[in-house]
Design a protein around this ligand. Structure first.
Ligand code: PEP
Ligand code: MN
Length: 361
């Protein structure tokens, strides 16, 4: 893809944190927007974000203030000199965002999944003369790298050259510690395939809470991401959307100051990055392993309930022998030694038996 380098996007930034995009999930009132922006004036905040059209999971919840929000964003730019950006999902959003001279646009995760919608946005950007505006494409909510890249290609094809990607994690039905699973291997592969496209991390939508924000941001910087998009609100607990994950401006700024920016080391830079990437994968695999073990224990507990009500013994040796044989074969196919598979399953089995035994008492 023929693109313009991030440093030539016209959004203030420096070598350390190339791009900091901070602001509320949603523009709610003029007062909330202005008060948040005022507290976000800082060298690490290059763009003030606020959603004015909100794709919500359920109807009947706050869906954004629309056009007045763009007026407030203009006021932020005029009053505080911050660049401003918002999410667009339809031709009409693009028309208004360009009319109100947004400095940056982004395509939301729920929009990237729909090629018709992305094409409509791309065509509208061209139609309304917005080809020079930087556009960031969030990953689709499903873990599909080609669909993500396809979205960028649609924009590139109409002539948008200031293109970037936002990693905001992936929707999952499994109960995990994150709101959206980071699946770091996907943005890593994205960077391998499109090394010229900056990738920004949105730790707020990955975390879904305030506690995990910092560590996710640090991981992103360890992996050499090009910036962060952080949700911040003057009064997070009262926010009309995504209240749990927003932080006050002072905390957002403090975070950008406390984060360790990975220095390019004179030696072994490629190895260090590779190691970070691999360790991140190990962390994520372990988290998934633990979540799956938790689910397995829950099923074992349910089996225990059935055994109890039908008065069947906890241990059935035949069943366990068969299971072990089957798992050993599967383990071998996955490159695990018999000894390891047996040891691992014995530990798992012991825990299930203990749980079931307790239930019977
Ligand atoms: C947002 O940035 O507020 C938003 C709606 O995010 P996403 O598209 O990542 O869900
Ligand atoms: Mn949000």
């Amino acid at each position: 893809m023929d693109t313009v380098d991030l440093k030539d996007w016209g959004l203030k930034g420096d070598d350390s944190l190339p791009l900091g995009i901070v602001g509320p999930c949603s523009a709610e009132t003029e007062e909330q927007v202005m008060a948040t922006a005022k507290d976000l004036i800082h060298k690490n905040v290059h763009v003030f974000r606020a959603g004015v059209w909100k794709p919500r999971t359920k109807p009947g919840t706050f869906e954004g203030v629309g056009e007045p929000g763009l007026q407030w964003l203009n006021k932020v730019r005029d009053t505080y000199g911050l660049k401003v950006g918002t999410e667009v999902a339809t031709r009409d959003h693009v028309r208004l965002a360009i009319q109100y001279k947004m400095d940056m646009l982004w395509v939301g995760a729920r929009t990237t999944v729909n090629p018709f919608a992305v094409q409509e946005i791309a065509d509208a950007i061209k139609e309304f003369g917005g080809l020079d505006i930087p556009v960031l494409v969030k990953n689709p909510i499903n873990p599909d790298l080609d669909l993500w890249i396809g979205g960028l290609e649609r924009l590139n094809a109409v002539g948008v050259k200031k293109l970037g990607a936002i990693h905001r994690g992936f929707s999952t039905y499994e109960k995990i510690q994150y709101r959206n699973a980071p699946k770091w291997q996907i943005p890593i592969e994205f960077k391998r395939r499109l090394p010229n496209i900056p990738v920004i991390c949105d730790p707020s939508h990955i975390a879904g809470n305030r506690e995990l924000l910092f560590s996710i941001s640090q991981t992103a910087l360890n992996l050499n991401f090009d910036g962060l998009m952080i949700e911040s609100h003057v009064n997070p607990d009262e926010a009309w959307s995504d209240a749990k994950q927003q932080v006050v401006p002072a905390r957002a700024i403090e975070m950008t100051e406390e984060l360790q920016l990975r220095k390019e080391q004179a030696e072994n830079t490629a190895e260090v990055k590779k190691l970070d990437a691999l360790r991140t994968q190990i962390d994520e695999l372990d988290h998934r392993l633990i979540a799956i073990l938790g689910q397995r224990m829950d099923v074992a507990r349910q089996i225990g309930e059935v055994k109890k009500s039908s008065n069947v013994a906890v241990l059935q040796a035949n069943r366990w022998d068969e299971l072990l044989e089957d798992r050993k074969q599967k383990g071998e196919a996955a490159g695990l030694s018999d000894k390891f598979t047996k040891k691992f399953l014995d530990a798992v089995h012991e825990e299930s038996i203990n749980k079931q035994d307790k239930l019977m008492k």
